[in-house]
Each structure stands twice: as C-alpha cells, then as structure tokens.
Design a protein around this ligand. Structure first.
Ligand SMILES: [Zn+2]
Ligand SMILES: [Zn+2]
Ligand SMILES: [Zn+2]
Ligand SMILES: [Zn+2]
Ligand SMILES: [Zn+2]
Ligand SMILES: [Zn+2]
Ligand SMILES: [Zn+2]
Length: 400
C-alpha cells in the first residue's frame, strides 16, 4: 500500500493537482519496455509531453520544460539550448506532431499498483480519473479516504451512516446515535431500577415516576418530623407504623410538650417556621417584665426544630410582628425583633429542649392605647397577629 501511496503522491498528483504544462514528461511504467531514447526530454529526462524540437541540434524537449528554461535563462529574448549551448529564441522550437502521436500510443500501466489496467498514454489520464482503485473521500464525510472499489462496503459500516436509535427510533449518524451522548439522554433507553429487590425496567422518560413510588426504595419513616429516624423500605411503612405505633405516639406527645413547656404567656402561643428555624410568638396581654401591668408585651423564642442540625447558629435575622387593624388595612401596630450582635446568647442559640429565652419588647402596646383597647373590645386578638421573618444566618438553600 505504501508503494501505491507514493505513486499517488507523485505522478497522480502531478497530473491532476497541477496543470500538466508546468511539469515535465510522462512518469509512467511502460508495458513494452523502455521507450525509444529519442522520446526523452533532455531537461526532465522523462518521455516528452507535448514534444518540441529545437532548430539547433534537433533534440526533443517537453514544451513546458523548454518554456520554463527559456523564462529562467532568457537575455534580450534569447537563451541557450541546454544540449548544444546554441543561442535560441521563441521561433527556434517547433511542436513535433508525429512524435506526439507515437508517444501517445505508447502502452503504460495504471499508476495505482493494485490496478491492472493497461492502455495508451493518450487514455491514461481519463482512466486515472475513473480508476476503481483511486482513493476518494468518503461520500458521507466521515473523513476517511476510501478506495473507490470499497466505497459501497464502507458506506454500510461508515460511522456517519444514517441509522435510527433502536430505542427511541430517532434518526441520525451511527456514531452519534450509538454514543453515550445520545444514549445517556435517549428518552426511551431502558433503565433498570437499582433498588435492591426491584426488577422494574422502564423507558427513561417514564422511569422517574417509578422512582418516586418504588416500593423497594429506602426512605425515612413518614414520621421523621416527629423524630423517628428509622430507614425502611417504602412498602414496609405500614408494617413499621404498626410496630412503632407506641413510639410514634410518644414522639408526638413529646414534641407537643416541648413546644408548650415554659411559655407562660397568656395567649395561645403561635409556632411558626422560617427558613427551617422553628419559632414561637409569645404575647403577654397583661405585660411582662418592665411592661407588667401597664403594657402588652411581645416576644419570640426559638424552639427545637427538625432541621436544627443543618441550620446555622446562632439564629440571625429579623422577625416582624404586626397587630392587625381589622378596620382598615393599614396602621397595623408593628414590632421588629432583631436577632443580631446585641441579642443575648440565650435568646439566639440552638435549644434542644423546651425553648430559648424570650427576645422582644416588654412595652409593646400601652394598655391605654387604642390598639390595646381594641383587644379588650374583641376586635383584635392574638390570633390576628401577622408574623413574618427574614433570616440572615447561613441556611441550606433547599430550606428557604
Ligand atoms: Zn541544440
Ligand atoms: Zn521535459
Ligand atoms: Zn487504474
Ligand atoms: Zn465514511
Ligand atoms: Zn434513542
Ligand atoms: Zn424500583
Ligand atoms: Zn417511624
């Protein structure tokens, strides 16, 4: 093959990539032995192409060889014959038509070694253009050079042949359709459930629905928010509930207890969650601390929550408490409770039992103020508080 390539690289390219006139004679393998020496161009030493005879010594040259020699060596329109050194000019050489006919009738072999074509110089150029052994670019553009004879076979295996995906039936080049680039996305590619004991297989598109309800998936007990940290197979939840009914109940009672202990405020205290933190609003209608007897006091406290492990501590942020004015949607009595550097540690650090120290305002609303009177008259009550919070301590984004 290397030999064939060499030949392609020399004579083949010489003939087809460049105009024949800028190159010399015919560089072929002659079938009937060496051609007569008088056909040989004295410049390129090959069989002359478009043979021209000089008037001085009657030697033969390819026209292109002579033209090139003249252009290179011409002084005042004259140049010297490469053989006999006579002075020549443009009119001193002539086409030898008879010799050209004889040369064109010489029998040569195809330049491609594998090809056994034999024919005349006159015919070989046309043959080489159509030679079944010539190398051409793959017609599907895979980038390979293919021997023309093998093109058909190649196209059946060419990585760029158009096929359809065996799963989703989409069409495309074989190398793309069978690559992980497609198969990792293919909506119909069969996915087998990886949960132990589950034999479920489904097309990728539908598989996600199975994942959410696979009976063999290991999940947290549905009472994890009460503190049950059992990991069970989804299908075993019911059985687990039966076995753990007592524990679940105890957890529930404990949680309610923990929320209620210690808060001695007069209202029904309100538990709320903000970005995962669990808090409670405590309102003392008759006052607490410096507000006792004269004011309504208002505080927030932190209580244990199920995300405390992953939350940032101390708690930082702002809780806005508004006593809503029922009669008009403005003039709400507002209290902003800031949890920052000035907040005592006991008020903002994580608690595991009961609750943190209260943080808020002893003298929120004077008993003489209209808002407070409103409460007395039943227009506004603790259940009309609106609580909103903005958390600035670091939390997990999925809890926001
Ligand atoms: Zn001469
Ligand atoms: Zn020549
Ligand atoms: Zn050939
Ligand atoms: Zn190809
Ligand atoms: Zn597919
Ligand atoms: Zn499954
Ligand atoms: Zn459980």
């Amino acid at each position: 093959m290397a030999a064939a390539n060499d030949r392609l690289g020399s004579s083949f390219l010489k003939i087809f990539k460049h105009p024949a006139s800028s190159y010399g004679g015919y560089d072929y393998t002659f079938v009937d032995g060496d051609p007569p020496s008088n056909y040989i161009c004295l410049i390129c030493t090959l069989v002359s192409r478009d043979p021209h005879q000089v008037s001085c010594c009657y030697n033969i040259y390819c026209k292109s060889c002579l033209d090139k020699h003249r252009k290179k060596n011409s002084r005042n329109g004259t140049f010297r014959c490469p053989a006999c050194r006579e002075l020549l000019d443009l009119r001193s050489y002539f086409k030898d038509g008879r010799m050209e006919r004889e040369i064109k009738a010489l029998k040569v072999q195809c330049t491609i070694e594998e090809c056994d074509w034999k024919g005349t110089i006159g015919d070989i150029e046309a043959h080489v253009m159509a030679c079944p052994y010539r190398m051409v670019d793959c017609s599907l553009g895979c980038g390979e050079k293919i021997c023309c004879r093998e093109m058909e076979t190649h196209l059946r295996d060419c990585p760029k042949r158009i096929v359809s995906c065996q799963y989703c039936k989409d069409g495309g080049p074989h190398d793309i359709i069978t690559s992980s680039a497609h198969l990792d996305e293919c909506r119909s590619y069969p996915i087998k459930c990886s949960n132990e004991g589950c034999e479920f297989i489904e097309e990728r598109f539908w598989f996600k629905y199975h994942q959410k309800r696979c009976p063999k998936a290991i999940v947290y007990c549905e009472y994890s928010n009460l503190g049950c940290d059992e990991l069970i197979k989804r299908e075993e939840q019911e059985k687990h509930n039966e076995e753990f009914s007592k524990e679940h109940l105890q957890m529930a009672i404990k949680q309610v207890d923990s929320l209620q202990t210690k808060c001695t405020c007069s209202s029904s205290s309100k538990v709320f969650k903000t970005s995962g933190y669990k808090m409670m609003l405590c309102v003392y209608a008759n006052g607490y601390g410096r507000g006792k007897g004269t004011h309504m006091s208002c505080y927030t406290v932190l209580v244990p929550g199920e995300y405390d492990d992953v939350l940032g501590w101390p708690f930082e942020g702002e809780v806005t408490v508004e006593l809503l004015n029922q009669n008009e949607d403005r003039n709400h009595k507002k209290l902003i409770i800031k949890y920052d550097d000035s907040t005592p540690k006991d008020c903002k650090e994580r608690v595991t039992k009961t609750m943190s120290e209260r943080w808020g305002k002893d003298r929120f609303i004077a008993h003489s103020a209209p808002e407070f009177k409103g409460i007395e008259y039943g227009f506004l009550g603790p259940r009309y508080f609106r609580v909103s919070a903005r958390v600035t301590s670091k939390t997990k984004p999925w809890l926001v």
